[in-house]
Design a protein around this ligand. Structure first.
Ligand SMILES: [Zn+2]
Length: 155
């Protein structure tokens, strides 16, 4: 997404949780606790991925995009499909997106990343450079499949 900025990647935290699980310091009961709301959001607004669930290995993970921001008013905190985000990004100045991965098989869920979207990113220009470079390497792999799917959706 062109206006995507201030990306925070949570893959390190996720790996830490999985390590704890492997070591037996936390149980699957503690980490596989997706709420009915989150699972519904995954079913109706979720973006399927090619990534296997790290816990049960039987289902693919689904990414749910939650949006937050003052401009969203009553829509704040709602889940949106990936295809809806570019449209919102053109209409709103700035809003926050939280991406959560969910497994409908075992209820595993974890924050994947968060970032800002909106028209402010198109006009700002100046500060975008260094930020983009700093996160570029680490996030390329994570965002590439999503970008591909979005292009397919627009066809
Ligand atoms: Zn699972």
């Amino acid at each position: 997404m062109r206006t995507q900025r201030q990306v925070v990647d949570y893959s390190l935290q996720k790996r830490a949780v999985l390590r704890e699980l492997l070591a037996g310091r936390v149980g699957t009961y503690d980490v596989c606790d997706a709420s009915p709301y989150l699972k519904n959001a995954a079913r109706f607004h979720g973006e399927p991925t090619d990534e296997r669930c790290p816990i049960c290995r039987s289902e693919n993970l689904i990414h749910v995009h939650y949006i937050y921001g003052d401009e969203l008013k009553q829509s704040a905190g709602q889940a949106r499909t990936l295809a809806e985000l570019p449209v919102l990004a053109m209409t709103l100045r700035e809003f926050q997106v939280f991406v959560v991965e969910v497994c409908l098989g075992c209820d595993w869920n974890h924050l994947v990343e968060q970032f800002l979207l909106g028209r402010d990113g198109l006009t700002g220009g100046g500060e975008g450079g260094p930020d983009q470079d700093a996160v570029g390497g680490g996030n390329a792999a994570a965002t590439a499949p999503a970008t591909r799917r979005r292009r397919e959706a627009q066809r």
